[in-house]
Design a protein around this ligand. Structure first.
Ligand SMILES: [Zn+2]
Ligand SMILES: [Zn+2]
Length: 775
């Protein structure tokens, strides 16, 4: 065997060489638009600038990158780039801990994470990647805010926020300690009411619901992603009835239990219902409502024992004349959204608790034979498909009733009293009131020298930021000092990768007119963690809004993602990795020891995306051994072939003189090898099309076993692998290298070149499924 240095697998050297070559030829630059090519935009998740790439990122990007490389290998134009989600609380807290401005903190974190991602060899188009905290990017948020405000999809309301008197600041829920104290000073936290900006998603919730069926029919939304959209919707089917009060006013009341409406004992109204003030006009009642409002809205139905319930003193009459008291409580929202529902203690556990608390007489449900069984904990989980099927019939039986649907998904606040976020483009003028900043004046710049300490709102204390002139009258005005929640930035984070870098500074109206967006959108596949359901839901809402407003009119279905893959997280010893538990696996250490190809192959090999990946070293050891064997075996066979050629050059003349012929009885085995390759590539291709990387990797490993098996069988017949059989083996090994391209791209490309092939654009080409059998 040759002792050339190539024959030992040294991932560090292989990966350094390949990455340098990729960089030199700008291999992953997004190709220019071409009419005849399929345009595939694969959207990876946007990482927070947390400071480090963790194993969850490695998993997510290994899946997305394998798919991107597979599509490139098949000749598709691929866009694979991302943005850092760089605003928000984690960065602000990191900066406070480090005693530096958040802008410096995120720049440092992003640089480090980028270096880690590059070392892993992910094929991102770095030229198109971006930071959401860059003014050229956060103007997208400001522009979107103004567009949605114009369309009536952003409005001003009030909401409760946690407030610390010592620190003079609002707190995010993660900053409130379990005992209800402040994370910083450990002082008491109280809820205060503040004016807030809201995003009106309710307008588009029903369309998001209707579309779920089409997404499922597409076949490229996986079950976890689809289920997440249903969960966020929180759809409940039932009936709705207009009820009359003795004074003549009416109220539409909903229930998912149409067949049990006779058991209704009260009517429960959300404290967020638009008519709630009308129904709580009595001063004493209104005072109670204010008290409830300062107690926070979002509570689970489990707290039914203690959560406030207000008796308004008013009643509604059922068609048969029964009077039902009207109660107000936030208990409605977690089940049905901000609506009014019948309280039916025989069917709903929460209603039963309320009835007992208020001392209502409960109907004797024992032996009524309706088979309803135990009251359900939560109306929204009562089989909605079943309820939908039966509600038409039930509605027909109850005079005045009509089928109806309620959703838990509802408008939410988008403003935060924090300094590390997109400034809201609004000024307040004594003469003109609330004035939007004109679009051509964007971006409203966030001062970079703010240094949050955890007290106050540094932005509100910065007079040079706050003092401005009114865009309307030119008089003195004050800027809005709330910033946008980074969830709002996420609404558009999937768009800018479609914009060529040289067009990035254009006005947004021009950007939305670019042909690029029409080619790349909708994204063919989003690959993200299974906790991304809320983001995706709201991104789907905003796409529909921008379709109707105009900028995304070409997305007629209002969907940003044609397909979606949600993967589970990476755990260790069955638990979430955390510094606290001391079970964090450091990808850098693994890469330094085994190489990027091994680490990437191992995360794909160890579990299918739908399962959480419980990390242990056996997968990485198995994959490292496999790649080492592929490498060494391939080089050994190459060297053998080389020697044979050298011998042949000298020996052919002698053999011809002596009239000898080399014995070859293995043609049928070569045919078999070709069939194995064909079947293997077929299976792997199918796996890749379905993003079943887990299965694909196993099929690649099986193919290698087949190839080695071929050599054994030939050797058993003919004594030694030679001539046409050796050529066939090398061809099969080339195919193996090609199928490894998406998973272990460095090794695969290096082998591809070693087999005498030329560099091939961004990616070793995907093998076809029919092979020539060497004669
Ligand atoms: Zn405090
Ligand atoms: Zn003014």
């Amino acid at each position: 065997m040759s002792d050339s240095p190539n024959t030992r697998y040294e991932p560090g050297a292989v990966e350094t060489a390949r990455q340098a070559a990729w960089r030199a030829k700008d291999a992953f630059k997004t190709p220019p638009l071409a009419e005849e090519q399929a345009h595939i935009y694969i959207k990876p998740s946007a990482p927070f600038t947390s400071g480090n790439i963790h194993m969850g990122h490695v998993r997510s990007y290994s899946i997305g990158d394998a798919y991107a490389r597979f599509r490139r290998a098949r000749g598709d134009a691929v866009l694979f780039a991302f943005g850092f989600d760089a605003f928000g609380l984690p960065a602000e807290l990191g900066a406070i801990a480090g005693g530096e401005p958040p802008s410096e903190w995120v720049a440092r974190c992003a640089a480090h994470m980028t270096a880690q991602l590059r070392r892993l060899g992910f094929s991102f188009d770095w030229e198109r990647s971006f930071m959401s905290s860059d003014p050229m990017m956060y103007r997208w948020s400001q522009w979107l805010f103004l567009v949605l405000l114009d369309a009536g999809l952003i409005y001003r309301g009030t909401s409760n926020v946690d407030w610390c008197d010592n620190c003079q600041t609002t707190l995010a829920s993660m900053q409130v300690e379990p005992g209800g104290t402040c994370w910083r000073c450990h002082g008491p936290v109280r809820l205060i009411q503040l004016p807030q900006w809201y995003l009106r998603i309710s307008e588009y919730v029903p369309e998001n619901d209707r579309r779920v069926e089409d997404l499922a029919a597409s076949g490229i939304w996986d079950d976890v992603a689809l289920a997440s959209q249903e969960i966020v919707l929180g759809r409940v089917d039932g009936i709705e009835l207009d009820m009359r009060a003795p004074d003549g006013s009416t109220l539409s009341v909903f229930t998912p239990h149409a067949d049990a409406i006779d058991d209704a004992r009260f009517v429960l109204m959300s404290a967020r219902h638009p008519d709630v003030d009308e129904w709580t006009a009595d001063e004493a009642v209104h005072e109670q409502l204010e008290h409830v409002r300062s107690g926070g809205w979002e509570r689970s139905s489990r707290e039914a024992e203690t959560i406030p319930v207000i008796a308004t003193g008013l009643v509604l009459r059922t068609p048969d004349g029964t009077e039902l008291p009207v109660l107000v409580s936030p208990l409605v929202d977690a089940r049905f959204g901000p609506t009014v529902v019948f309280g039916i203690p025989s069917r709903d556990r929460t209603d039963e608790v309320i009835a007992r608390r208020l001392g209502y007489e409960l109907p004797d449900t024992a032996g009524d034979g309706d088979g309803a069984g135990e009251p359900s904990d939560n109306g929204s989980h009562a089989s909605t498909a079943h309820a939908a099927a039966s509600s038409d019939g039930a509605a027909a039986m109850i005079p005045g009733a009509r089928p109806a649907v309620r959703y838990r998904a509802f408008d939410f606040t988008i403003s935060r009293q924090r300094s590390w976020g997109t400034p809201i483009p609004i000024v307040y003028c004594d003469e003109c009131g609330t004035v939007p900043v004109p679009r051509e004046q964007l971006p409203v710049l966030l001062p970079l020298d703010i240094r949050p300490t955890g007290t106050g709102n540094p932005l509100a204390e910065l007079e040079e930021f706050v003092q401005t002139t009114c865009p309307s009258c030119g008089g003195p005005a004050r800027r809005e000092t709330d910033t946008l929640d980074c969830h709002f930035d996420a609404l558009w984070l999937w768009v800018p990768a479609c914009v060529p870098a040289n067009a990035r500074e254009q006005r947004l109206e021009e950007i939305f007119a670019l042909a690029d967006l029409r080619h790349w959108l909708p994204s063919e596949r989003l690959v993200a963690g299974s906790d991304s359901g809320n983001f995706v839901f709201d991104q789907r809402i905003i796409t529909k809004a921008l379709r109707d407003i105009g900028p995304l009119a070409f997305l007629t279905e209002g969907e940003p993602f044609a397909g979606c893959l949600f993967h589970e997280m990476v755990t260790a010893e069955g638990r979430k990795m955390s510094k606290h538990l001391g079970n964090v696996v450091d990808p850098d250490e693994l890469v330094a020891r085994y190489g990027a190809d091994t680490v990437r192959l191992a995360v794909l090999y160890a579990a299918s995306p739908q399962k959480s990946l419980n990390w242990n070293d056996s997968a990485v050891l198995r994959c490292h051994r496999f790649l080492g064997q592929v490498w060494e075996y391939s080089h050994a066979k190459l060297a053998q072939s080389q020697r044979e050629r050298e011998r042949a050059a000298v020996g052919a003349a002698l053999a011809a003189e002596a009239g000898e012929e080399v014995r070859d009885t293995s043609e049928h085995l070569r045919l078999k090898l070709a069939q194995w390759c064909e079947a293997g590539v077929g299976r792997i291709t199918q796996d890749m099309e379905g993003l079943e990387m887990h299965s694909a990797v196993r099929n690649v490993m099986r193919l290698f076993d087949r190839i080695k098996d071929f050599e054994k069988r030939v050797a058993a017949r003919d004594g030694e692998l030679a001539g046409a059989s050796l050529d066939a083996l090398l061809e099969a090994l080339t195919v193996l290298a090609q199928t490894l391209g998406p998973f272990a791209p460095h090794l695969a490309e290096e082998l591809w070149l070693a087999f005498g092939n030329d560099e091939h654009g961004a990616q070793t080409p995907w093998p076809g499924v029919s092979f020539q059998v060497p004669a």
